[in-house]
Design a protein around this ligand. Structure first.
Ligand SMILES: [Zn+2]
Ligand SMILES: [Zn+2]
Length: 305
């Protein structure tokens, strides 16, 4: 490798995390001011995914993770199902406002209107990220510590490589559990729609970054944000390393509750679970609902007789 190429790669390693995160948020800022905010945001998000996909080929963290694992279609299907359900819920609320109002009225009556709507949006968004993180942290930690929830979350950990495309590989029940714990508190506090958009934007960019197979140097960011370096430890097969770094966007609660893990060595590439996940999309969705399916997820032999 020439000296110039080496220098470019080194610069990319240090610049790529802040570049993707902050230019993503800048893109979101313009998207949200656009007449078609969600379409514009989707375009910004797609650009970030493509950029990371390219960086994975220029400065991969693990060469082996560039090889196909036969799970790409399933990864995309799980992502689309969760995103689709959330979109569908939003759409049906728009199409059937009377029905939605009837269902939501008891909840609306519980709103406390404590939200500081007069603050600058950047402070409101920061507050929302922290409040949502409390729910995200506990939803994620419970998913690892309680068998009832692990049966759904194991799907996310069953991958043997990390790359930008398997960011959204979550069982739909796992996703809905996380969304409920993180967003209901904001709703009850009376946060406006724009705040949910910003939370969504931060989660979207941090998410693709934590999973990307790019050799990024994140240094001081590791103390605040959930970075690829920290999240790779979280995917480690060795549970002493893996049952750590539960933070989705920021690592504040890992630090407060003692699950922050960032030793001074390259993070693990030996990732995965002990059990077996079913091969197809539909069977991956139904597996946690059958006794033998759960035994398979846990790596136990099926019961005979
Ligand atoms: Zn996890
Ligand atoms: Zn992950």
């Amino acid at each position: 490798m020439s000296k110039v190429a080496a220098a470019v790669k080194a610069a990319l390693a240090y610049l790529s995390w802040p570049l993707v995160f902050f230019s993503g948020l800048t893109g979101a800022y313009f998207a949200f001011a656009n007449e078609q905010p969600l379409a514009a945001f989707s375009a910004v998000y797609a650009a970030a995914v493509i950029l990371l996909f390219l960086l994975e080929r220029i400065i991969p963290y693990e060469q082996r993770w560039l090889e196909a694992d036969g799970e790409t279609a399933n990864d995309i299907a799980h992502t689309v199902l969760t995103k689709g359900l959330v979109q569908l819920a939003a759409l049906s609320a728009a199409i059937f406002p009377m029905l939605a109002a009837g269902l939501l009225q008891p909840l609306a009556a519980m709103q406390f209107r404590l939200w500081p709507s007069s603050w600058p949006m950047i402070l409101q968004a920061t507050l929302a990220v922290i409040i949502a993180e409390f729910g995200l942290y506990w939803a994620h930690r419970i998913a690892h510590e309680r068998l009832f929830f692990w049966r759904f979350h194991a799907l996310h950990h069953s991958v043997t490589r990390l790359w930008v495309i398997n960011t959204g590989r979550f069982h739909v029940i796992d996703s809905l559990f996380k969304i409920a714990l993180s967003q209901i508190p904001l709703y009850l506090l009376g946060a406006p729609l724009q705040v949910f958009w910003w939370l969504g934007a931060v989660t979207a960019f941090i998410g693709i970054l934590t999973h990307c197979n790019v050799d990024m140097r994140t240094g001081p960011f590791d103390f605040v944000f959930s970075t690829p370096r920290l999240h790779r430890w979280h995917h480690s097969k060795d549970l002493r390393e893996g049952n750590t770094n539960y933070g989705e966007n920021v690592v504040l609660f890992d630090q407060l509750f003692g699950t922050y893990f960032n030793p001074d060595r390259p993070s693990s590439t030996d990732i995965g679970i002990k059990g077996q996940i079913a091969p197809g999309f539909v069977s991956q969705l139904t597996q946690p609902f059958t006794k033998d399916g759960v035994r398979q997820i846990l790596g136990l032999k099926p019961k005979r007789g």
